[in-house]
Write a protein that binds this ligand. Sequence first.
Ligand code: 5GP
Length: 199
Amino acid sequence: MAGNSSATRTGRLVIISGPSGAGKSTVVRGVLEASPLPLLPSVSATTRPPRPGETDGEDYYFLTPAEFHRRQEAGDFLESKEVHGRGDWYGTLRFPVEEGLAAGKWVVLEIDVEGMLAVQPHFPDAITIFIHSGSREELERRLRTRGTESEFSLNRRLAAAEEELAKKHHYRHEVVNHDREEAVREIVAILAKVAAEAA
Ligand code: 5GP
């Protein structure tokens, strides 16, 4: 197919994962602002309720479980899964990702490790980045400061985070988020290097 293999003409997939509470979302926001590349954040769908300050269609598409499962059956997801074992579903919608890539965007997925492992085989040149905050102690401190979790939910998240940390070797890049601005700069530099190599 003409032009099909040209990495510079279609977009790239950027997959960012890391334990909940590692400051991932604020770092990703910083990267979207700071990088000169045509980054397009992918909005995931979830059945979990919105947190204060979250907007439907921006942070997530907040779907009812029935609607989520209908879209699963329809094959609308690139990947979907139940996270934290408490019945909350998360998924990456196929259409906006494929449309973004076809338009030459660098589509940014902020998904968990299992999601990355499900998506990556379909996009072997995906840029995979694992962000974490170092120790379990640091992570617990952050989650407690955020104050949005019940003790039950916090313990589940810490257990999930430990499991995720053990899988960081699946990622091409690892960024430790000690300082937000530094983590942003590091990721902007990783992306710039990939772009320069592909040019
Ligand atoms: P939160 O509820 O804190 O927004 O997200 C919880 C976890 O779900 C995070 O680890 C986040 O990366 C993951 N997540 C968010 N969207 C998706 C998605 O579309 N697919 C998968 N597999 N995980 C997701």
